[in-house]
Design a protein around this ligand. Structure first.
Ligand SMILES: *Cc1c(COP(=O)(O)O)cnc(C)c1O
Length: 360
């Protein structure tokens, strides 16, 4: 699969500094040197999120969904009344988790590709809701939810805010303090752009207090245990060691190259370069407020599956298919990872060729 151009939303292309680490054997990790790496990871992530004082970070060896489940299980309990914003497959995942854990839940349904509306949220004000779960970027559609609106609603109604920022971390501005978020989740294979295997949760004191009080329901995904081990820069069980070292390299490189803001601007520039040019092709951009991480497209002259397959088999380009009912309607082009303007020009050359061939 060498020579493939990767425009998916994860795993994505890593930078050369990270690739160097990925080629090495994993170091032994019950050492003070590894703990220092973990503490530095924590420090940089909390800094990039502008987390409030006394926040902590935990690193779980699981995909992002494992961290979603871990938050639902460890921070909430069956006394909670939970609001879930559901505008696509990742919102649906939180719905499923709340159902599985038997929580009292209200779904705020957003039409695919549409922003959450103020009336939808405020219809639930004053009804005893205690927590809200949202995927900051609904990666299936690329809608970046209106976080100022959502966080204001949560503050006014004393609702605990838990944010899945798995595909929004690094690509879009997150201010954990301003949002008054209790927990923010991300994962290693999205804009962190390292190998899969690690999910990260930043926890504000509001979440930490709940974790300490709640009864543990699971051993492997226990946040109480993860927090306790993180006091010494460790994890309860063997983590995805090299992925953690790669995260350290990536965070340090971001910091050295001008910080989180500069990296956000780089991703935003790529997204807007792509969005300006794609107007010349028979694809509609999914409506709504778009994240910098990904653009979802409706092809108007050909099925989405065919485009994804042709790009892969004829042009060595990975685009990101959608799943479920939309598999043949929508496909996505990501803007994360170590990709360049020239890579997009190669993608547009493939679209030009598909036009000439009469495919699109
Ligand atoms: C990728 C992603 C996830 C988690 O996916 P995993 O495959 O479990 O890593 C969850 N939420 C959002 C918004 C995502 O983009």
């Amino acid at each position: 699969m060498a020579g493939m151009l990767n425009f998916t939303v994860g795993p994505v292309v890593s930078c050369p500094e990270v690739l160097k680490i990925a080629s090495m054997s994993a170091p032994y990790f019950r050492t003070s040197e590894f703990s220092d790496i973990m503490f530095q990871n924590e420090k940089l992530i909390l800094k990039f999120l502008n987390a409030p004082d006394d926040s902590r970070c935990v690193f779980l060896t699981t995909s992002g969904t494992g961290a979603m489940e871990s938050c639902v299980m460890n921070i909430l309990n069956n006394q909670d009344k939970v609001i879930v914003i559901n505008g696509g497959s990742f919102g649906q995942r939180f719905v499923k988790l709340c159902e599985l854990y038997g929580y009292n839940m209200a779904e705020v349904k957003c039409k695919f590709g549409h922003q959450v509306r103020k009336e939808q949220l405020y219809a639930l004000a004053g009804k005893g809701y205690t927590a809200l779960l949202v995927n900051m970027n609904e990666t299936s559609s690329g809608v970046l939810y209106d976080m100022p609106l959502i966080s204001k609603f949560c503050k006014e109604n004393n609702i605990l805010l838990i944010i899945d920022a798995i595909s929004a971390f690094i690509t879009d501005e997150i201010d954990m303090t301003e949002f008054n978020a209790a927990a923010i989740i991300t994962g290693s294979q999205k804009a962190l752009a390292v190998q899969p295997g690690i999910a990260v949760i930043a926890l504000a004191p509001a979440a930490i207090n709940r974790i300490q009080k709640n009864k543990e329901k699971c051993m492997y995904l226990s946040l109480k245990d993860a927090l306790k081990n993180m006091e010494r820069g460790q994890t309860p069980f063997t983590p995805a060691v090299t992925t953690l070292v790669q995260i350290n390299k990536r965070l340090t490189v971001i910091e050295e190259n001008g910080g989180i803001k500069a990296e956000q601007e780089r991703v935003a520039w790529l997204a807007s370069y792509f969005r300006n040019k794609i107007r010349n092709y028979p694809f509609e951009l999914i409506a709504g407020d778009k994240s910098n991480a990904v653009t979802a497209l409706y092809p108007t002259t050909c099925g989405a599956k065919k485009i994804v397959h042709l790009l892969k088999d004829e042009y060595n380009i990975w685009a990101c298919p959608n799943g479920g009912d939309l598999a043949d309607e929508v496909f996505r082009i990501g803007h994360i990872g170590n990709i360049t303007k020239e890579n997009y020009d190669t993608l547009f050359a493939a679209f030009d060729d598909m036009k000439i061939q009469g495919v699109i």
